[in-house]
Design a protein around this ligand. Structure first.
Ligand SMILES: *Cc1c(COP(=O)(O)O)cnc(C)c1O
Length: 358
């Protein structure tokens, strides 16, 4: 197999071990003589996988009592809708830190008043707004902890007078999180915890049951809590690969060990961006994401963008082109991206600098 350094933003690099285990289970699931995609989701073997999945989540994130973890189809984007369906009675508050936040705001507006407490839209979301007030009369406050497209991140668990809801699609399991500070944490699996096709929802059960409108069955978190995420057929294969990914994470020291390594990887890459004359980082330094590293060509070398992309490609780099809405470059360095890949990218940037500047 061709060796590449995968910096895709999602779907993205996954642990080799998880992929190998998935290949094996596609052939023969737990000695059942059937593939994992052929067994019944009502079988005891499958029940055990669902249980292991929720147990691993609870263990790795030290999730306290009173919370459940759901595994649902529809991606993070369906959660933009499910959150207000289940929680918005009169008014919700949102922090607008990027396109994903904006999409979440759009859905909430269909259910009531939405107060956007702050936005960094006018500078193309290159920082996280700081001095805002969360209205105490809101039903909940919604944040996007990691802005995948712009490379900014809220790296702490904020205090909120109302239930805090966080889209953690692209930084879940990258750092320890005090789950007790959140009402809901949700995201698509395909950035850090598995393949596309499944979304995770960590939910404190007591925040439910407070809206007066009808919630359609499939949109109602209570349905999925009661059904242990199997009210309808769950995305079995995606969940299976997620379990393998979490097992790999646990074996490698869990979220705490991963956080140390992620910080180190981000530091190595940002240091090179700051040192190298050809490149400049786009996110405000204090808000730099440890998952998505965004940068552009420095002003005098703007015309070299295409050349660098081609050069990086020739060095085996995949997925370093920035999001189509911002251009430039983005290296997504999720949990499964090894330090070796980060070092290879740094070397490629250094070699390109020599090539251009001599
Ligand atoms: C990718 C992403 C989404 C969208 O996820 P889907 O599963 O494709 O719906 C939402 N929020 C953030 C922060 C993301 O990075």
């Amino acid at each position: 197999m061709k060796k590449v350094h995968n910096f895709n933003a999602g779907p993205c690099v996954l642990p080799k071990e998880a992929i190998e285990a998935a290949i094996e289970a596609l052939r023969d699931f737990e000695g059942t003589g059937m593939s994992v995609i052929e067994v019944s989701h009502r079988s005891k073997e499958w029940d055990a996988v669902m249980q292991e999945c929720e147990d691993l989540w609870k263990e790795l994130l030290h999730i306290p009592e009173g919370y459940r973890v759901l595994f649902l189809g529809g991606g993070a984007s369906t959660q933009f809708l499910m959150v207000p369906y289940n929680l918005l009675n009169k008014k919700a508050a949102y922090l607008e830190t990027g396109v994903w936040a904006k999409k979440a705001i759009k859905e909430a507006k269909a259910f009531g008043e939405v107060e956007v407490v702050a936005s960094s839209a006018e500078t193309i979301y290159n920082y996280i707004p700081k001095n805002f007030t969360i209205p105490a009369d809101a039903d909940y406050f919604h944040i996007t902890t990691n802005n995948t497209i712009y490379g900014t991140e809220i790296k702490f668990d904020m205090d909120s007078p109302v239930p805090l809801v966080a889209d953690m699609s692209s930084d879940i399991m990258s750092r320890p999180v005090d789950v007790s500070k959140y009402g809901i944490i949700y995201g698509g699996a395909q950035k850090n915890v598995g393949p596309a096709g499944v979304a995770f929802v960590i939910i404190r059960e007591d925040i439910l049951g407070k809206v007066s409108h009808y919630i359609p069955t499939m949109m109602d978190y209570a349905t999925h809590i009661k059904g242990n995420s199997m009210f309808n057929t769950p995305p079995v294969f995606s969940i299976y690969v997620m379990v393998q990914t979490l097992k790999w994470l646990k074996k490698n020291g869990g979220v705490e060990a991963m956080h140390k390594l992620n910080q180190k990887k981000a530091e190595v890459l940002y240091n090179e961006i700051d040192r190298n004359k050809l490149f400049v980082g786009t996110a405000a330094k204090e808000d730099r994401s440890i998952m998505n590293v965004c940068f552009v060509m420095n002003e005098p070398y703007k015309d070299k963008e295409e050349e660098f992309l081609n050069y990086a490609k020739s060095c085996g780099m995949v997925g370093v082109k920035g999001h189509r809405s911002v251009g430039g470059f983005r290296a997504s360095i999720y949990n499964a991206c090894p330090m070796e890949s980060v070092e290879a990218l740094v070397k490629c940037m250094q070699d390109f600098e020599k090539k251009i500047l001599g």
